[in-house]
Write a protein that binds this ligand. Structure first.
Ligand code: TNX
Length: 566
């Protein structure tokens, strides 16, 4: 009896083993059938359309990297073992079907994105399997159909605070593609550094590029326009759109270091934080920057920031030229001036036929519906999300909780942010947005997707960047892609556990939530011991309407030192 039970157990467990289809993000439907496809050097690839050759090539090089198998292209579709087929039936962008039988593998989609994602799923299945005897990898026969929940599946990297460079960005794009993420938001300018070459204003990169958050005299680091083109092309071949962010009118210290004639002045803790709204030259200068930048990014989307202007805006109230301008224009407060500034610059973006993207502060500026995407980041101000939807703006959800990856992810970690003690565990990321967002908003068609943001004040090395990103990026992927009714955290954890070996073989220094001691926390800048809180009365932040009601509620912004804010 005992023996029979054991045999039944072994049979069952080998059956379960063979049944594993470890794909992250979880596809829409997976049906396992009987049989195995034996994958080896003989597996030739055929395409129904020459436009798919590049995708096949990409897949071939990934398989060669992962398993050392060299696949060849077949010019005869009938005899190829892996078929990529574009079909005419209408489908969502990115949707695909992947069918594995013992004879053949077929990927079909109506669009190239879909074929690409089908190949990514296949690659994940291949990577999941042990090599077998010699070079044979056996894949369970199965039928997968899949399509994404959201069309915006984003990741933002802040390279202004710390610069990582082309190789790291390419690696990041590889992993984004691996997880079917498709929007790379590149935060290229901020107070601590300007990271994009602008030919008309070379000092922006040469002088504005000096320094980093942890070292104000670090040698200039920035991307040349050729670098940018290279990255954009690299991303495009992985179906990732790159969106540059040129932050204005705040977070402008680095630019103002290079061209001080356009500074909006300084206040304690925020030297030259804004551009000068009373200097007509500022608008032309920024318009030229926007034009040059826009020409490098074929997506025709520009993020103009627009966040946290309140930090530097006190300097505006102290400047006589700005005061005169406000009188002339009959502006009631600096908030109105801020909106005027932002509107002018966004008009420039629109005149170039590009969409405007901006942080949720911009919800109050009268930006054109249909051409604006609002990034809701202040989770403590749900009213901003509500307002954006009410005004019919498209919205990307990227609330600090749980989507800021500069936040701590484990109670034992010391470096990184928390919000009143709350931080961003993998489970929080995974369960977003369904547990956290009110149903009527969640169901709004205007929510086009979600995005995680990696701010890098505390991240100065690739090792720590990895540590903060992996495996939360996997949780993000499933939050972005998988239909809510199919999400199953236990199953996700199993798939993730099984795939950690891929991080190991890629040399990724990841946080292991199943074994936190596996890689100790990567700390680049040991946190300073906290000073006791002193609550000061700050006239600027508690008074006036620079941001209307909402800003006043954002208490984190008020009266604290720069490093602790936001
Ligand atoms: C808020 S999100 C910021 C960034 C900081 C980040 C740190 C946003 C629009 N502004 O400037 O780097 O918090 O978590």
């Amino acid at each position: 009896m005992k023996f029979k039970l054991l045999a039944a157990f072994l049979l069952l467990s080998s059956y379960i083993q063979a049944q594993n289809v470890n794909i992250i993000p979880q596809p829409k439907s997976v049906n396992i059938s009987t049989g195995q496809f034996i994958f080896n050097n003989h597996a030739t690839i055929g395409v129904s359309d020459t436009s798919l050759i590049k995708l096949a090539d990409h897949f071939r090089s990934e398989v060669a990297k992962a398993k050392g198998l060299i696949l060849s292209m077949s010019n005869n579709e009938a005899t190829s073992l892996i078929d990529l087929v574009l079909v005419n039936t209408p489908q969502a962008t990115g949707a695909y079907a992947l069918k594995i039988t013992s004879q053949r593998i077929t990927i079909t989609s109506q669009n190239k994105e879909g074929i690409f994602y089908g190949l990514v799923s296949l690659l994940q299945l291949i990577k999941d399997q042990p090599q077998g005897d010699g070079t044979n990898i056996s894949l369970s026969a199965c039928d997968i159909t899949d399509s994404p929940r959201y069309q915006w599946r984003g990741l933002m990297l802040d390279e202004a605070r710390h610069f990582f460079g082309k190789q790291k960005v390419k690696q990041l794009l590889d992993w984004m593609a691996y997880y079917k993420l498709n929007k790379f938001h590149w935060h290229l300018t901020d107070a601590q550094g300007w990271r994009i070459e602008i030919k008309k204003y070379p000092k922006l990169a040469l002088i504005g590029g000096i320094g980093a958050y942890s070292d104000s005299s670090a040698e200039p680091s920035y991307y040349t326009q050729d670098d940018i083109k290279e990255i954009v092309a690299y991303a495009a071949s992985r179906f990732i759109t790159v969106i540059p962010e040129i932050d204005m009118p705040g977070h402008a210290t680095a630019a103002n270091k290079a061209y001080p004639e356009f500074t909006g002045g300084s206040v304690a803790g925020y030297p030259n934080f804004t551009f000068n709204p009373a200097n007509e030259g500022t608008y032309q200068y920024l318009a030229n920057i926007i034009k040059e930048t826009n020409a490098l990014f074929p997506a025709h989307m520009m993020h103009l920031g627009g966040d946290e202007v309140a930090f530097g805006v006190k300097a505006w109230s102290l400047d006589t030229a700005i005061a005169h301008m406000m009188q002339r224009k009959k502006f009631e407060d600096v908030g109105e001036l801020e909106r005027y500034f932002f509107k002018r610059m966004t008009d420039t973006v629109i005149s170039l036929n590009s969409k405007i993207l901006a942080w949720d502060e911009a919800t109050g500026s009268d930006l054109p519906v249909g051409k604006t995407i609002i990034f809701w980041w202040r989770q403590n101000l749900p009213g901003q999300l509500h307002l954006a939807l009410q005004r019919n703006y498209e919205v990307v959800l990227c609330p600090r909780l749980p989507l800021y990856f500069d936040f701590v992810q484990d109670s034992g970690h010391v470096s990184g942010r928390k919000w009143n003690g709350v931080f961003n565990r993998l489970t929080d990321v995974y369960n977003f947005p369904d547990r956290q967002t009110p149903a009527d908003e969640l169901n709004s068609k205007l929510i086009i997707g979600i995005q995680a943001n990696i701010w890098t004040e505390t991240i100065g090395s690739e090792r720590r960047l990895d540590f903060m990103l992996f495996p939360r990026i996997a949780g993000l992927a499933e939050a972005c892609w998988t239909a809510p009714e199919l999400k199953n955290e236990l199953a996700f954890n199993d798939r993730l556990k099984a795939s950690l070996k891929n991080y190991d073989s890629a040399g990724i220094y990841y946080y292991n939530p199943f074994d936190p001691a596996y890689h100790p926390e990567a700390v680049d800048f040991p946190p300073r011991v906290k000073e006791p809180k002193v609550i000061k009365y700050s006239r600027h932040h508690t008074s006036k309407k620079s941001h209307g009601k909402t800003a006043r509620k954002d208490k984190r912004g008020a009266g604290r030192s720069h490093k602790k804010r936001k």
